[in-house]
Design a protein around this ligand. Structure first.
Ligand code: 13P
Length: 255
């Protein structure tokens, strides 16, 4: 399967932005402005915004996701959200292992793996984030780091679940910094991840899986990044908060 056989996925990660009231207009605008999309369009929103976002996107091509999920089904886990809870309110996707969760909230590859399995078991689609720190890139261990994360995070995920997994390559140094990986760096890293999938699963699985780039992707640089053979879409932070900008990225992915 060539890149052209993989459908691009452009996902917004709103992070801790928007309230239920501002969500409605932002989703409605995104739906309208991306009406011509020839790629999958997803918005991953804060937990309390999921219900209004699902309602505002109802019947449209825009799908709604969450930004984290706990791995237990229920119980004494104050402040956490289960996969079934997300499903019931209409979330279809969930971001897992974002570097901000790893950096600020003690997320490890072990918990990322547990969350990934729980989300897949519940029927959610997972956007699994991996990526190296600046020191790691400078030390020349990018390939080792992203390979290790991919292997550990997907441990015991069976081949038939892989169709519900998107991997987002997000170099930590490029997130929210305005620094973007060059298209060549993004392509190389996404290619390394694809190679790991081939080793873990099969050539077919590697050719079929969607691998996004994330890290200061915007309406100005998206086309160049998305043109690369291994880059199948984007996970967009800041620019996803501005529907006009996000729509331009969707347009670039639809060409
Ligand atoms: P920015 O696009 O704001 O750099 O954020 C990227 C990101 O973290 C998406 O998950």
């Amino acid at each position: 399967m060539k890149k052209c056989a993989r459908r691009a996925v452009i996902a917004g990660n709103w992070k801790m932005n928007m309230t239920p009231s501002t969500t409605v207009k932002a989703v409605e605008d995104t739906v309208k402005l991306t009406a011509g999309a020839d790629c999958d369009v997803v918005l991953c929103v804060p937990f309390v915004d999921i219900v209004p976002a699902v309602k505002a996107a109802e019947g449209s091509h825009v799908k709604i996701g969450a930004q984290n999920v706990h791995y237990e089904a229920k119980g004494a886990f104050t402040g956490e959200i289960s996969a079934d809870m997300l499903k019931e309110v209409g979330a279809e996707y969930v971001i897992i292992g974002h570097s901000e969760r790893r950096q600020y909230f003690g997320e490890t590859d072990t918990t990322v793996n547990l969350r990934t399995k729980a989300a897949l078991d519940a029927g959610l689609k997972v956007i699994l984030c991996v990526g190296e720190l600046l020191e790691e890139r400078k030390s020349g261990v990018t390939a080792e780091i992203i390979s290790m994360q991919t292997k550990l995070d997907l441990a015991y995920v069976p081949a038939d679940e892989l169709k519900n997994v998107i991997i987002a390559y997000e170099p930590v140094w490029a997130i929210g910094t305005g620094l973007t990986a060059t298209a060549e760096q993004a392509d190389e890293a996404c290619g390394i991840i694809r190679g790991v999938i081939e080793t873990l699963y099969s050539k077919e699985a590697a050719e079929a899986i969607t691998i996004q780039y994330g890290g200061s992707m915007n309406d100005g640089n998206a086309a160049e990044l998305l043109e690369k053979v291994n880059v199948d879409g984007g996970l967009i932070g800041g620019a996803s908060l501005v529907p006009e900008k996000f729509a331009k990225i969707v347009e670039a992915a639809s060409k």
